[in-house]
Structure formats: structure tokens, C-alpha cells
Design a protein around this ligand. Structure first.
Ligand code: CA
Length: 227
């Protein structure tokens, strides 16, 4: 696994890089957005850890340039505490997930594993199942010709189901990927969000795409199970 860490604060960068290397990742460090873009143009990374606050080019601008260059490497954005707009801006620019500073290294490693497991390299920028299409960099969804407006969590849930289609995804896995490891699993949050997705995607359609798999979780695809 080859990771790129973009962080201008030397101490923070070396601390994170050391921890990643201890976990057997190969790590390149870029101390500026310009350097990051240069490296991304020359090497293929499995994941990019991108600090949002950089001198000159911001993390958001770097992320946008990476996506404009059709590079689909997963981006984990490192953002400042409580700045919701910053996170939204990062996700809009094509980041896959964000982590708020300061964070525990265990949390960072968990997010990295989740992003890698999510298989963001597979499927390409556009995911399709039947007449449903999800555009990852643009974060748009449409069924047939009809655009569907989703919230970030709804989008993340649908994306996970589409990446794994036509296989089922376990409820516990949905919670881990879409919410977090520490999330209270006794709540019916997954059911609530599945219902919302059904209303937006399936309700007015003859062919339903979201299916409950008894005892397991959910599956997205045609009723027969084919893609
Ligand atoms: Ca910084």
C-alpha cells in the first residue's frame, strides 16, 4: 500500500508518517499542495491523506485538481474541528471521507482500512446498477434520466451498496463504513436511512433495486440478483 500524506506541519507529518510506516504502509510526504500534485502526477497511490489547511493551494483545491485529472485515488481529508463548511467543501471537491483534527492514530488507521476495504479503486468514477447511476466525483445520482438528491450519508450508503452490488452488505459493515466504529449499533439508523433511500430511489419505480436480505443486511440490484 502506497500512501501520500500532504501536511505542511513538519512535526504532525513525521508523527503520522512514522505511525503509518510502522503499520507497513509505504508513505510519501508532501509539505505543500503543489508538491502533492507533482507527486500524484508521477506515482500511483492507494490513498491520499490530505490536510485541508495548507499554504497557497488549499487541500480543497488540491482535491479538486486531482479529481479534475480523473485520478480516482481515495482521499481522506484532515479537517479542523467543528468547521462543518470545510468538511462539506472537501466532500464536494471529491474527498471520500474526512477526519477531524486532533484525531487518535487508531481512528486514522481504522478510516484508512475502511476506505481501502470499500474498494474505491474498483468500479471507477461512475457506478451503475440497472438504470441507477452514481457519479462519485460529482456526487450525483440519477435513476434513468431523473436526478435524485441525496444527503451525504444517503449518498455514502448508496455508494457502499452499489460498490458491493449484486452482493449483500451486512448491517454491521454499513454502520462501520457510513457512520463510525463507535456508533451505537442498537439504534435503527440503518433502517431509517434504507427507508429514505427507498423513498427516493424505488418508490415511484416499477422495478425495486434495494432489497432486504433477512438476517444479513441489504442488497442492491435487480430483484433476480443479476447486476
Ligand atoms: Ca496544515
Amino acid at each position: 500500500m502506497h500512501l501520500l500524506l500532504v501536511e505542511d506541519e513538519r512535526k504532525v507529518a513525521s508523527f503520522i508518517a512514522r505511525s503509518l510506516r510502522e503499520n507497513l504502509y509505504t508513505v510519501d510526504v508532501a509539505e505543500s499542495g503543489e508538491k502533492a500534485l507533482d507527486l500524484v502526477g508521477r506515482a500511483v497511490y492507494d490513498l491520499i491523506l490530505l490536510d485541508i489547511r495548507l499554504p497557497n493551494l488549499s487541500g480543497v483545491e488540491v482535491c479538486r485538481e486531482i479529481r479534475d485529472a480523473d485520478i480516482e485515488t481515495p482521499v481522506l481529508m484532515l479537517t479542523a474541528r467543528s468547521l462543518v463548511e470545510q468538511r462539506v467543501e472537501g466532500l464536494d471537491a471529491g474527498a471520500d471521507d474526512y477526519l477531524t483534527k486532533p484525531f487518535a492514530l487508531a481512528e486514522l488507521h481504522a478510516r484508512i482500512r475502511a476506505l481501502i476495504r470499500r474498494g474505491f479503486h474498483r468500479g471507477g468514477p461512475k457506478l451503475r446498477a440497472a438504470d441507477l447511476e452514481l457519479d462519485r466525483p460529482r456526487r450525483t445520482v440519477k435513476r434513468g434520466a431523473d436526478p435524485i438528491q441525496l444527503t451525504f450519508k444517503e449518498f455514502a450508503l448508496l455508494e457502499l451498496l452499489m460498490v458491493r452490488s449484486p452482493d449483500a452488505v451486512q448491517r454491521s459493515e454499513i454502520i462501520e463504513h457510513v457512520w463510525s466504529h463507535s456508533f451505537d449499533t442498537d439504534t435503527n439508523i440503518v433502517e431509517v436511512y434504507i427507508n429514505r433511500l427507498r423513498q427516493k430511489i424505488d418508490q415511484e419505480q416499477q422495478v425495486k433495486l434495494i432489497h432486504t436480505v433477512r438476517g444479513t443486511g441489504y442488497r442492491l440490484g435487480l430483484p433476480g440478483g443479476e447486476r
